[in-house]
Design a protein around this ligand. Sequence first.
Ligand SMILES: [Zn+2]
Length: 222
Amino acid sequence: MSPQVVHNVSFHGVGAPGPEREPGEHDYWVSRDSFLRILDACAARPEVRLSFDDGNESDVAIALPALVERGLTADFFVIAGRIDTPGNVSAEGVRALVAAGMGVGTHGLGHRAWPDVPDTELRAELTDARTAIAETAGRPVDSAACPFGAYDRRILGRLRALGYRRVYTSDRRPAAGEAWLQARFSVLATDTVDSFRTAVFAHRGPARRLRDTAVGAVKRWR
Ligand SMILES: [Zn+2]
């Protein structure tokens, strides 16, 4: 049975990062040690759902074996335009994720904040990228994670019209397990296992958490 309230936890790169591709990117890279500790803290929590954004090569080199070792699964949101480029997951790596039972979703074509992308270029980000990732993975792609956690009414409307079954943000709050829009907690470079536990598992009671989720949804649609 799927838990009513879930804590979506997202990682980016793990280990030593390469040159920063966008300002602030390194704020989201975690050391291998920190990653494993946080993963262990998540492993005992059935209400946690794990995901990885950006399609870094550490997804396959570090995260995949650590997940398999713990009997965990995760969704990997890869950037179509970066597959098979240095520092990023290869096409073979994407297939290795699928073969190991992991989910693969889209994080767009060029890691652009979707609300800033004009209508004329949105097809490349939302449709072409999805098709390319599906062809690489050898299976349909029906979930998306918004780059930089950025979205607005136009983007959500397009994603719905395109038939995405689940869309992930970075709004740092719990989510209703079956909701279409899923907020996530991004793990930060500065997080320790303790700060992570406090941020994600600090209990305010399930009723209050669900209410926060509902209020957030209303605000976003204004
Ligand atoms: Zn990203």
